[in-house]
Design a protein around this ligand. Sequence first.
Ligand code: FE2
Ligand code: FE2
Length: 302
Amino acid sequence: MATTAELERLQELDEAEDRRIARFRDHPVLAGTTRLRRDDLHALLLQRRFVSHQFTPAYDLVIDLLGDETARRIARTILREEYPDGSGHTPSHREDMRTDLLQLGITAEAIAASRETAATKQNIADSFELLRTAGAQPDADLRLLTILRFWGEVLVSVEYTRIWEGIGPELTAGGENRSRFYHPHLVHDAKARPLATVSLLSSTHSDRLAMRLSELLARAPSTAFFGEVEDEVVRLKSRFYDQFLPALPGDDGDAAQPPGAVVVGDVVDVEVAGDEVDDDVAVEGVVDDDAGAVGSAGAVGS
Ligand SMILES: [Fe+2]
Ligand SMILES: [Fe+2]
């Protein structure tokens, strides 16, 4: 049973985590999946498929590096769920993903012809480097569980929830939800309960990992690493979506400017010595966008 001080510590971590989740949810590409051209949305799905293919190797790596037996057991059971039914009659989750892609009109030929972009390759390499670096720290168990839960479950649910806005109408036409992969995952991966009150009653992947993570966090000598590691995961995942920013149509139908870009002639609010420049004067300024800062501030390879 956690003490009051431990619960307060978990609540603080939770609130900061929820702010991070909200920031990632607002990434312009994730917030704009309904505005992407169909071809561009398909390109995004095909690139995201390569990240999904690395999900089980990432779990295997974490299981290798974890010292905590309870955490290893939770990770093992989640990994085994990826390949249901030992008889071979039930498709794996990655096969379910292919079924959804085909249902969306992406052809088997397009799937076969697709290749990772440089940005996707780098993103996958960065993800594994983040895990390996965490696994070499004295507090490796805490760091690995934090990353696995946040990178592999909590934010995955956020990604698929946003992607569902773009693909859901097509997969639910006729009133039936035909999604085999995206919709089930946005549900069963989600953070359903706060770290401070997670319990056996919740069975999502995020919350099952949180069961052990919250126990370890409550008695950790320091939790400063938690925010740093989660911020790094948000930056890493945002970089994957940054590659699709040019595909996002602007309000006037043009390709969108990446967040943070200087747009000559745009009317923006600029503070000059405490005075706001008149709104009707066109000035050169930096488009304010939190998600852009998230997307571009990360150091590659960390
Ligand atoms: Fe899965
Ligand atoms: Fe999951």
